[in-house]
Ligand binder design. Sequence first.
Ligand code: AMP
Length: 354
Amino acid sequence: MVTARRVAEILEGYEDIVIATACSHSSLQIFHGAKAEGFKTLGIAIGERPRVYDAFPAARPDSFLVVDSYQDLARNASELTEVNAVTIPHGSFVEYMGADAFLDLEVPTFGNRRVIEWEADREKQRTWLAAAGVEMPAKIERPEDIDRPVFVKYHGAKGGRGSFIAKNYDEFLEHVDKGQPYAIQEYVIGTRYYIHYFYSPIGEEGYNLSKGTLELLGFDRRDESNIDEMYKLGAQESLKRLGIYPTFIVTGNVPTVLRESLLPTTLQMGEKVVEKSLELFGGMIGPFCLETIVTDQLRFKVFEVSSRIVAGTNLYISGSPYSDLLEPGMSTGRRIAREIRDARKVGRLLDVLT
Ligand code: AMP
């Protein structure tokens, strides 16, 4: 992994920082927010300059770096440092580059790269969340012990691909691909909320943690194909007889707000996960998301943490009902740029970049 000393050396040569990210996922919001905070922007594209930004001029990056592949980008980090780039990781950026190449990319990057080690491995993620004291769906160690409906996920599966529901051991055997490592969780029945937080290690006033401040910027819910709409065709059980099975592929996001009495718990959960991250690996810096299901007992079960900007924040480019109470018009993308700007002003860039 790139060392803090190397990042400091690179930053010494920087004048005006340019905010760079891969042209996908939440890039419109990241570029739009960076511009609003007075930064120049650079889009990293594969193969050719994407046309999509022509349709959205307020989010069009000032320049592009077009490379043949993400692997090519790892080899040519100097093209980014020459223009004083700071990269903003998002789910697709890290996924396409590969975690190892991303860890070694010799370009200052927003957030703590060490979080990847704790996030990518479902077992380590569970250790972190459990140690933080947030409730998670129960884990079923052995398939033979399945005694209730379960949700089966393959390691590293993104966007719900490959996951399936089994109501008993026989159904598990029917669907499982034993060639891939998998995890079995109890199937939690409730309503899903994806919580968008921002942790600032340099924040001083607000919802204070042992170090820095925590912000709650919004909530979304995901549209998942085909599970969301399959009921129109009939009950899942009868559809199975036709060879039609539910899938959980994320296709979009919908805005939502949370019952207000649940907000204190929401903040406490974010706080606990950040505090534990400070202890385990020096902190999860910037935006993160807890993916939760709220039961009819009003208990949150956290089934995943995403330790960077999530695409659900794209709903709130001009602010959310919550971020508006911090500062009107504050998107998560803009909040990232603001953090870099503030850290530079007080000489603490190394507290937010790695
Ligand atoms: P994931 O692969 O963890 O991102 O999960 C994909 C989708 O599966 C989520 O958005 C939920 O709809 C659903 N899901 C994941 N874990 C559970 C669970 N333990 N119980 C019920 N639904 C779940």
